[in-house]
Design a protein around this ligand. Sequence first.
Ligand code: EPZ
Length: 422
Amino acid sequence: MDSIIVTGGGPLNGQIPIAGAKNACLALMPATLLSEEPLTLTNAPRLSDIRTMTELLTSLGAEVAGLQGGQVLALSSHALTNHTAEYDIVRKMRASILVLGPMLARDGQAVVSLPGGCAIGARPVDLHLRALEAMGAELDLREGYVHARAPRGLRGAVVDFPLVSVGATENALMAATLARGTSVLRNAAREPEIVDLARCLRAMGAQIEGEGSSEITIEGVARLHGATHPVVTDRIELGTYMLAPAICGGEVECLGGRIELVGAFCEKLDAAGISVEETPAGLKVTRRNGRVRAVDVVTEPFPGFPTDLQAQMMALLATTEGTSTLEERIFENRFMHAPELARMGAQIEVQGGTARVHGVERLKGAPVMATDLRASVSLILAGLAAEGETLVRRVYHLDRGYERVEEKLGGVGARIERIHGD
Ligand code: EPZ
């Protein structure tokens, strides 16, 4: 298993290119299952999760080719030869559940393994299933698998989500494009990844209105055609790299960044005393002298502060002046980075879904363990500002969501190195 060594040091300066969004791409790729014609995704990120989705789609009979070093994905699913998403792939990546809606909508049958629990929370998929049931799917849960059938095809329905779910909105949205009649998704997720998926589906011939608001209306069509679609910028990678100069000092321009992707996050940076400026190429983040101010953060569905930036924000708040409160409202167990940051000298008290972070002058390097994707990168950010060396173990989590992290951070002056292990 690889590890990463970070040596804390001075300010960071330069530019970091931001990739296409992992979480958008993981929803866009299954959209290929909705059409017999090819779908081309440009600006795709090169990540292990994308390879896992490739493996899953291929197992269903789709063809996926990575062109231009993986930045372009050419997908085609002329005919599906298998309708079962096996546990061995699904257990590696929960986003696998996103093949359920499209397969069912296209062929009236799908068998998908239930993903099971996850390090950050229970993460059930009941909302995905309820939405498809409302569209007329017959579901049967047997031996850890969802067996779904819609022998006469799906029909449009009003789906009122009791809570906002990104994945359930995506599954329902894709399924509704080929359902008979009109579907209305109420209390739908409003994330930029949903908007991106709706745009791609529209380019494929779907009739969709209201994406980006909490009510999406879909008029089902008989078939979808091929399209080429650029994956939206990764707002979480963007926020993560915006935090690097905020934590270490210096000035970094994140290329491809846009304020509307990270509005609530930028408000918190501003309150903390970090300057964010829009440039023609992206967003420039500057931290000059002095300590950053404490701020309180509550994670919420978009347009609120994203849960996927909570761990990285904690790394910043660990060295601010004063005490900050971080409230995690999306996942019930997403503070596993707190005890690891504490090994580096951070003073954090966690009680249920709330963490109180008492800023210290400086963190100290230490060996730490990455527990999930965003936790891993928060430890790297903390290490960049800490005194001495930080060894982050189990970085395979990191490779699921950050491409070429050593290169990107190294390019702005960070001292970071990967150690290849077994
Ligand atoms: C997506 O997960 C992202 N993953 C997550 O990214 C992100 O943290 C999350 O949205 C929230 O923004 C992908 O897009 C691939 P949800 P998803 O359904 O869709 C509960 C990362 O680091 N819920 O919006 O699985 C659920 O338990 C990650 O890149 C149900 O109760 O999240 C959670 O508490 C990790 N029943 C809440 O809703 C359901 O059927 C929101 O989850 C579905 C969800």
